[in-house]
Design a protein around this ligand. Structure first.
Ligand SMILES: CC(C)(COP(=O)(O)OP(=O)(O)OC[C@H]1O[C@@H](n2cnc3c(N)ncnc32)[C@H](O)[C@@H]1OP(=O)(O)O)[C@@H](O)C(=O)NCCC(=O)NCCS
Length: 142
């Protein structure tokens, strides 16, 4: 397993991962736009040439925002999100960020367990943010 920066060549595979992970899956155009932003940092985790997962953050002044993280189902529970979290947290620190923030569905227990493991705690709740479901806003100091 290796973690490296996402390139345009990865986008078709990343879209496949994304479509299996999210109900509001992104198309290729969204990823082209995302990786083109000068404040965005996207990484993939690759296993024998196959994209197993990806994660992306924005670093804006002292605050990093976790935009998306996903592992494709057949590779889940094998430590891929752990590797991606280490990479994005390190990247945020290197870019001078002092904290990382994210939003997560309150029903998403696997993601919340992942974030808590990496020191995130809930700082507020956005009522009905996801089509009626509450979002937990979490933060970790870097
Ligand atoms: C959340 C997600 C990214 C975890 O990916 P993963 O590669 O399977 O995670 P890992 O194997 O690296 O596990 C890391 C930690 O996450 C937590 N975790 C992962 N899957 C879990 C599950 N099914 N139930 C509870 N906790 C879980 C655990 O804390 C785990 O640490 P541990 O192994 O020490 O117990 C994956 O389930 C996923 O892609 N979900 C759909 C997309 C999503 O919800 N993304 C987050 C919202 S933006």
């Amino acid at each position: 397993m290796t973690v490296r920066k996402m390139t345009e060549e990865d986008i078709a595979s990343v879209v496949t991962v994304d479509s299996k992970a999210f109900s509001d899956a992104w198309g290729e155009t969204s990823f082209y736009e995302e990786i083109g932003k000068d404040y965005s940092h996207y990484f993939v985790c690759e296993s024998d040439g196959e994209i197993a997962g990806y994660a992306g953050i924005w670093c804006i002044y002292e605050t990093a925002e976790l935009i998306r993280i996903a592992t494709t189902p057949k590779f889940q529970k094998r430590g891929i999100a752990n590797m991606l979290m280490q990479e994005i947290l390190g990247c945020a620190k290197e870019n001078g960020c002092e904290r990382m923030m994210l939003e997560v569905r309150r029903s998403n227990a696997p993601a919340q367990a992942l974030y808590k493991k990496f020191g995130f705690g809930e700082i507020s709740v956005r009522k009905g943010y996801y089509n009626g479901e509450d979002a937990s806003i979490m933060e970790s100091k870097l």
